[in-house]
Design a protein around this ligand. Structure first.
Ligand SMILES: Nc1nc2c(ncn2[C@@H]2O[C@H](COP(=O)(O)OP(=O)(O)O)[C@@H](O)[C@H]2O)c(=O)[nH]1
Ligand SMILES: [Mg+2]
Length: 362
C-alpha cells in the first residue's frame, strides 16, 4: 500500500483535504497526534471484474494518508523529526491559494509561491542535516579503514550535499537504482516524490477550474513546478468536502454543475498514482475481487508480497491474463482455451491491469 503524508503550513487546508480523501472510510485511526486514513483508489476496471465474478467482497486498492493534528507541528518545525514524513512514499504539500479573511494565514498574506518555496527550503535543510552527519561519520570511518564502498558512498553523499546547497531537491537528481538503494535508509525528504495540492478559492472555480496549466498560471507556480521536478493538482478543498458529504447521487449532480467531472478524491489519487508511477493488478474469485497497487516495473515475486509474504516466499508461478482478454472472453476457462492465460516466472514484470493467480508452495 502506498503511504502519503500531508504537509503544509497551518490553515492551508491539510485537514480539510484529509477529510476529503478519507471521507468514504468509517473510522480514521489516530496515533498520538497523527491521523491515519485510508482512501480507496477509484478504478472502473474493478467494477467490470465484479460484474463477471459477482464476489462477496469488492476490494479496491488503497492509499494511506497521514495528517498531523496539532497546528504547530503541521508547520515547518523539525520536519525530519516526524516519523510519518520520513516513512512516507510520497509527500503531499497542501499549498494555500484560497483567500478568506476569516482564516488568517500564519505569514499574514496569501502567497502560494512563497509557501511552496519555503516548504521546499525546509525539506532541503532537513536533508542537509542528515547528509552532513553522514559525511562526518564517513570521513572518520574512511580514516580508520579504507574501502571502495565507503568511498563510493562518500562521493554519492557529496553529490547530494552539492545539490542541496544549490537549492536542488534530491528528487530532481538523476540517480542509478544502486544509488537510490544506498540512499533509501536515510529517508531523505527532498528525495521523495512531491505532489503539490493547490487549494484554490471557490471564486476561481469558474475561471480556471482544475486545468493545471491555468491554475499554475493564476497562482504563479508555473516556474516553481518546473524547477522542483514535481507535479501539481488543483482542489477546492472546502466546497469539494461539502459535496463529498452529500449522498452520492446529489454529489455527482453538484460536481457536474460546477464543471468538475471527477471528485477531488479521484483527482488527487489519480495524480499521485501518475507521479509515483504506480499501477494496479487484480486478483479475482467468487469470494473477492481485489485491486493491488505496486510501482511500475515490479517483478511478479515482489508483487506477490503485496498480498502476503508467504506467497512471495513460496512463489512457483504466476498465472496471468490481461484485463482486455478476460473481460472480452468473460471467463478464465475460455481465456485458457484460447491460450491467453500465461504462466510466468518470478522475474515477469507485472503490467497494469494484469489479472494474476499466484501459485505458491507453503
Ligand atoms: N474558503 C475556504 N476555506 C478553506 C478551504 N480549505 C480549508 N478552508 C478553511 O480553512 C481552515 C483551516 O483548514 P484546515 O483544513 O484545518 O487547515 P490545516 O491547518 O492545514 O489542517 C478551516 O476553517 C477550513 O474550513 C478552501 O478551499 N476555501
Ligand atoms: Mg490540520
Amino acid at each position: 500500500m502506498l503511504h502519503a503524508a500531508l504537509i503544509g503550513f497551518p490553515a492551508s487546508g491539510k485537514s480539510t483535504l484529509f477529510q476529503l480523501m478519507t471521507s468514504t472510510q468509517e473510522n480514521p485511526r489516530s496515533k498520538g497526534d497523527i491521523a491515519i486514513g485510508i482512501s480507496k483508489v477509484p478504478d472502473t476496471r474493478l467494477d467490470v471484474l465484479c460484474d463477471i465474478y459477482n464476489p462477496k467482497k469488492r476490494a479496491p486498492a488503497t492509499v494511506e494518508f497521514t495528517d498531523i493534528l496539532t497546528m504547530a507541528r503541521g508547520g515547518t518545525q523539525s520536519l525530519v523529526d516526524v516519523a510519518s514524513y520520513r516513512n512516507a512514499d510520497a509527500l503531499v504539500h497542501v499549498v494555500r491559494a484560497f483567500r478568506d479573511n476569516s482564516v488568517p494565514h500564519p505569514s499574514g498574506s496569501i502567497d502560494p509561491v512563497r509557501d511552496a518555496q519555503a516548504m521546499e527550503d525546509e525539506l532541503l535543510l532537513a536533508d542537509l542535516g542528515v547528509i552532513e552527519r553522514r559525511l562526518e561519520r564517513l570521513a572518520k570511518d574512511l580514516k580508520r579503514s579504507y574501502s571502495n564502498e565507503l568511498e563510493h558512498e562518500q562521493q554519492l553523499i557529496q553529490r547530494c550535499r552539492t545539490a542541496l546547497e544549490e537549492g536542488t531537491p534530491l528528487r530532481a537528481l538523476k540517480m542509478t537504482s544502486a544509488d537510490l538503494k544506498q540512499l533509501r535508509g536515510f529517508q531523505l525528504l527532498s528525495a521523495k516524490p512531491l505532489l503539490l495540492v493547490i487549494n484554490l478559492d471557490e471564486k476561481d472555480l469558474t475561471d480556471v477550474g482544475v486545468n493545471i496549466e491555468k491554475v499554475a498560471d493564476r497562482t504563479g507556480l508555473t516556474k516553481f513546478l518546473a524547477r522542483a521536478a514535481t507535479t501539481a493538482v488543483a482542489v477546492y478543498g472546502k466546497i469539494e468536502l461539502e459535496i463529498a458529504q452529500l449522498e452520492s447521487l446529489d454529489a455527482s449532480v453538484f460536481l457536474q454543475d460546477l464543471g468538475l467531472n471527477e471528485s477531488g478524491l479521484d483527482r488527487v489519487i489519480q495524480t499521485s498514482y501518475d507521479l509515483l508511477g504506480y499501477l494496479s493488478f487484480f486478483t479475482v474469485g467468487e469470494d473477492e475481487c481485489r485491486a493491488w497497487s505496486i510501482p511500475k516495473n515490479t517483478p511478479a515475486q515482489i508483487a506477490a508480497r503485496e498480498i502476503h509474504s508467504d506467497i512471495s516466499r513460496g512463489f512457483i508461478r504466476a498465472e496471468v491474463v490481461d484485463y482486455k482478454s478476460l473481460t472480452s472472453r468473460g471467463s478464465m476457462p475460455i481465456c485458457r482455451e484460447h491460450g491467453e492465460v500465461r504462466l510466468e516466472g518470478k522475474e515477469y514484470i507485472v503490467k497494469d491491469g494484469d489479472i494474476i493467480n499466484f501459485r505458491f508452495a507453503t
